[in-house]
Each structure stands twice: as structure tokens, then as C-alpha cells.
Write a new protein. Structure first.
Length: 310
């Protein structure tokens, strides 16, 4: 979500800082003595409210990837939704256990629970994260893969976090749910190389549909579009099927098919079962969730997630 960010995946893909591949010491049931019902409180809140706005599941997952909660005005975070949802969970926890449960842990737990309640995979979430005192906008811009990323950029940014190409493909699978704004991809439709052209890697029929029915101009900043058309509420393999049809919405989606290793990973996922994908996705989420977290005496526990502590 620290600069709690930004990810995706856009992610993007979710982390607690996205500034280096440091493996911090987290543990299961960290709050067992200090706030025994913490995880149940998060789970119950998500269970009671996610049905009212199921699209928040994708937004919370993206928030976990982005992990830049305070810096809401950092460019990669401008379209991240769910801030108020996390604030409300934090308020409930503060009433039970003041200044105990970090915002970073709330985001990690809530994103997992939201995905589970919408039929997606479950993964283990060790806790004990601390919040950052500040959130750095320049850090978000430097470390979060934008939707315009080519393969080299994706590989570099993920490797900087200790994530390999298999993780890249699996975590990108989170694009099987959720929505995006036209502004994240209209350059592919109207001005790909700066000469008023269309991205040749994008299926022409799909591009024509996006132009006529979704994003009629390069300057559309408000219209929302499904990242996985016809299946945006279901955590499944449809996203990968669309990639092979050249119908990935973002340039970063299309980039996954330009490398033999990631293309092979996509084909392997499609040869397997949804359950197999869930299992592998969970492993990558657990790996990502340990990246560069603050623990122990490092960092703070914020009373309000949207207010940094000086």
C-alpha cells in the first residue's frame, strides 16, 4: 500500500512500499495478544459491505499493490478507489484496539478478504507491518509500473522488488477483475507513437469497439472500461485468453506476450485449471506482501490512514 501504493496489478500489483526487495519479519496472528479480534473485524466488515460494491475488491487489491495511501495525489494513485473503505475499517479497529493495528496490515487483510468474498483465491497474510511516517510521490512514480510499460520496464521494476517473470505473469492476472479509465490506454487507440496512429499489437476489431463504444477521444478521462470484458466480476482465466487474442487492454498487458518466457507462462496457466492458477497466484501474492515492509520499531501505527505522522 509507507508509501502505502501503488499496482496494480496495476498491480500493481500491492506492496508495502515498493522500494526494494527486503524481506521483513512478519508473522501469522501478530495481533493475537494485542488485538485478538483484529483479523475477524476486518473480515466481518468486508463481508458485510463488499456486496454493496463488489467492484471494490479489485480496487482494494490494486491499493495493496500500490500501497501509497497518504499520497493520494501521486499520479499512479489518482484512480485508486477504496480509501474511504479502509478509513472505515480503521475507525472500527481504533474503537476496539487504539493505535494497535497498522493501516498497512488493514490493506493487506482487506484486499485478500475482498477477493475471497467475490470468489477469488485465498492466500496467507502474515501481519506485523508498520506504517510509514510519510508517503513519497516521486517514489510512487519511480517504482510502480504504468499501464504504458513495455516488457523491459516491467521486468526491471518487478526485479527491483525481488519478483521474477512468473510473478509478473501471475500478479498481472489480477486484471481479470475490475475496471480502468480510458486515459490509461487511449494512447494505444489514437496516438501510439505520437503520430496519431494505433498500436498494431492491439486487435483491430477490439480497438474499433473501444473507439466507437467506450473511448471516443484521446482526451476522455472519465469513462470506465472493463479490463476483462464480460468477466470483470469473476476471478478466472479469461484475462490470459484475451492476451493471446491481442485483446489485453493496457500496453503492459500486451507486453507479456512479447517475451518467450512470459508467453510460455501464460500458455502453462491456460493449460491448467482455475484452481491451479489460484494456488500459484496465492504464492506470488504472499511473496509480494513481504516486500520492504516496516516492522518492529521501524515506522508507526497511524491513528488515521490518510494522515501521516510527523
Amino acid at each position: 500500500m509507507s508509501c502505502l501504493t501503488t499496482v496494480a496489478l496495476s498491480l500493481t500489483l500491492f506492496l508495502v512500499g515498493l522500494v526494494g526487495p527486503i524481506q521483513a519479519q512478519l508473522q501469522m496472528n501478530f495481533y493475537a495478544n494485542t488485538c485478538p479480534n483484529a483479523e475477524k473485524i476486518v473480515q466481518d466488515f468486508v463481508s458485510n459491505h463488499i456486496s454493496n460494491a463488489p467492484s471494490l475488491a479489485a480496487a482494494l487489491l490494486r491499493m495493496h499493490f500500490h500501497d501509497c495511501f497518504v499520497r493520494r495525489d501521486a499520479a499512479p494513485n489518482l484512480t485508486v478507489r477504496g480509501f474511504s473503505f479502509i478509513d472505515k475499517i480503521k475507525a472500527v479497529l481504533e474503537a476496539h484496539c487504539p493505535e494497535t493495528v497498522s493501516c498497512a496490515d488493514i490493506i493487506a487483510l482487506a484486499s485478500r478478504d475482498a477477493i475471497v468474498f467475490t470468489g477469488g483465491p485465498r492466500w496467507s497474510v502474515p501481519t506485523g507491518r508498520r506504517d510509514g511516517r510519510i508517503s513519497n510521490a516521486s517514489e510512487a512514480l519511480a517504482n510502480i509500473p504504468p499501464p504504458t510499460s513495455n516488457f523491459t520496464n516491467l521486468q526491471t521494476l518487478f526485479a527491483n522488488q525481488g519478483l521474477d517473470l512468473k510473478d509478473l505473469v501471475l500478479l498481472s492476472g489480477a486484471h481479470t477483475i475490475g475496471i480502468s479509465h480510458c486515459s490509461s490506454f487511449t494512447n494505444r487507440l489514437y496516438n501510439f507513437t505520437g503520430r496519431g496512429d494505433q498500436d498494431p499489437a492491439l486487435d483491430s476489431e477490439y480497438a474499433a469497439n473501444l473507439k466507437s463504444r467506450k473511448c471516443p477521444s484521446l482526451n476522455d478521462n472519465t469513462t470506465i472500461v472493463e479490463m476483462d470484458p464480460g468477466s470483470r466480476k469473476t476471478f478466472d482465466l479469461s484475462y490470459y485468453q484475451l492476451l493471446l487474442k491481442r485483446r489485453g487492454l493496457f500496453q503492459s498487458d500486451s507486453a507479456l506476450t512479447t517475451n518467450p518466457t512470459t508467453l510460455s507462462n501464460i500458455n502453462q496457466i491456460l493449460k491448467g485449471s482455475v484452481e491451479g492458477f489460484f494456488s500459484e497466484f496465492a504464492k506470488s501474492m504472499e511473496k509480494m506482501g513481504r516486500i520492504n515492509v516496516k516492522t518492529g520499531s521501524v515506522g508507526v501505527v497511524r491513528k488515521q490512514c490518510s494522515v501521516a505522522i510527523s
